[in-house]
Design a protein around this ligand. Structure first.
Ligand code: UDX
Length: 462
């Protein structure tokens, strides 16, 4: 039998660190690499440079097994690996929706120039369609071994907060390959996962790139769909929570990603749909995905409308109003504040003169780095002390479990905006709180009668 391939993972951010650790846990010899010596130092020390439940324990196990090492030396990487996974970031380019491919190109060319024996470069980053084909041409020109160096694409679908589980037990694997040899190498690397019956799709490079952005576009669309329905609820006094519940009982629709509220954020969904639109325009099929512009706009409106709701509850003016902002991360069980709806709301409140105190169980440090002008509290109790309005912006378990009576004893006024539909509204109202949530029927403005609509149309001079 073929000896197990030796694996390298280039880029030890969220995706790469998790992948390297899990591959070592699965029994492979793994070398992780990064250009950032600080990250490498931390990982060698057994410390994960970001918050991810369960990952520190797995890193400890992997290091103890002797199968996982880390380096900043790319000659060593080139020499060591049979299969090289490239897991570097593709951030949104400054001033446009396009993806910045600088890190990806640097990683591929750095390795291609150094690899001197047959090997497979596997891209895992989320990239615009056509990137893998372009990288193939690039590495062919650089590589001293020519076509002995091959390229494949293998998109990653892991969610923050569930990174270990999603990596070891994915819903599916997708291989974008151009040769049987590339496919056989990937099959060898994923043998432990394929062995448990995980579905595999073997595709061309373009399809494998598209799967990732299509999946994220679908998820973003689902969230914006229910949030668009929340807007309609706000105009009619209907209840978006009940609506979501009723819709989700149709199993063609399904219950997941139908949670209304502040909308999506993070390092993937927002930037991926923008980059996809940008790439589709370049490909001449912009019209096919122009709806993603609406998906983005609906999502951004949630932030503005949440601020409107807080202002309304505060009596129409935010100047000097003390707001306790509960949550900063883009979702619970994460310390990631990239494009976080919660922090965006906090920032907008601050710009209107509110005195904002943020508390997040894990993301305070990252939030502080981004917005040093906001106040940060070390606990929920400290954040809500003497608050005029409490705003729940990220649905951490700690906030969902909070006792309305306990909070009532700390605040100046019992006013709460539930930006995530995460609290029991009747529990709060029965304990004397004014509870507000977007798309929740408290706002029950009277639905305009058909006659009214006709009257105003008749009175319209046009
Ligand atoms: C996402 C994809 O789920 C994952 O497959 C892909 O690989 C990377 O992008 P992640 O960014 O970790 O993962 O977050 P996810 O759990 O998908 O949540 C995204 C955002 O949507 C969060 O801000 C969350 O609060 C929001 N969301 C999610 C809703 O507002 N409503 C929902 O019903 C679900």
């Amino acid at each position: 039998p073929m000896p197990a391939p030796r694996i390298t993972v280039v880029g030890t951010g969220y995706l790469g660190a998790t992948h390297a650790i899990c591959m070592a846990i699965m029994g492979f010899e793994v070398l992780g690499a990064d250009i950032d010596p600080n990250k490498i130092e931390l990982l060698r020390d057994g410390r994960v440079p970001f918050f991810e439940p369960g990952l520190p324990e797995k890193l400890g196990q992997a290091l103890a097994s002797g199968r996982l090492r880390f380096t900043t030396d790319f000659d060593e990487v080139a020499h060591f690996g049979d299969v090289h996974f490239l897991c570097v970031g593709t951030p949104q380019a400054a001033g446009s929706g396009a993806a910045d491919l600088g890190y990806v190109e640097a990683a591929f060319t750095t390795l291609a120039a150094r690899i001197a024996r047959r090997a497979l470069l596997v891209g895992k980053s989320t990239v615009p369609i056509g990137t893998a084909a372009r990288l193939t041409r690039m590495i062919r020109e650089i590589s001293p071994i020519g076509s002995e160096l091959e390229l494949a694409w293998n998109p990653e679908f892991l969610r923050e907060g569930f990174a270990v589980q999603d990596t070891l037990h994915p819903d599916r694997l997708v291989f974008g390959v151009e040769s049987e040899w590339a496919e056989s190498q990937l099959r060898a690397v994923y043998a432990p996962i394929l062995g448990t019956g995980t579905p595999l799709i073997v595709a061309d490079l373009a399809t494998s790139e598209l799967v990732k952005v299509a999946a994220n576009s679908f998820l973003a669309t689902k969230i914006s769909f229910i949030n668009a329905m929340a807007e309609v609820c706000e105009a009619t006094g209907a209840d978006v929570s009940l609506l979501a519940q009723a819709l989700s009982l149709d199993d063609r629709i399904g219950r997941r990603f139908l949670q209304p509220g502040l909308g999506f954020g993070g390092g993937c969904l927002p930037k991926d749909i923008r980059a996809f639109r940008h790439r589709a325009e370049e490909l001449g099929v912009g019209q096919a995905v122009s709806f993603l512009g609406e998906v983005d706009a609906i999502n951004n409106r949630r932030r503005v409308r949440t601020v409107d709701l807080i202002r309304e509850l505060a009596g129409g003016n935010l100047a000097g109003v003390r707001v306790a902002a509960l949550g900063a991360a883009f979702k619970p069980n994460s310390d990631d504040v990239r494009d976080a709806p919660a922090l965006d709301v906090a920032r907008l409140l601050y710009l209107e003169g509110a005195v904002v105190t943020v508390y997040d169980p894990e993301a305070n440090a990252n939030a502080h780095r981004l917005y040093p002008d906001l106040n940060y509290a070390g606990s929920m109790a400290e954040a809500v002390a003497q608050a005029d309005v409490v705003a729940l912006l990220t649905e951490w378990e700690e906030f969902r479990q909070a006792d309305p009576d306990y909070l009532a004893g700390l605040v100046r006024q019992r006013l709460i905006v539930d930006g995530r539909h995460a609290l029991d509204a009747s529990d709060y109202t029965s304990k004397g709180w004014e509870y507000r949530a977007l798309g929740h029927p408290y706002q029950a403005r009277t639905v305009p009668l058909l006659e009214d609509a006709r009257d105003s149309a008749a009175g319209d001079p046009a």
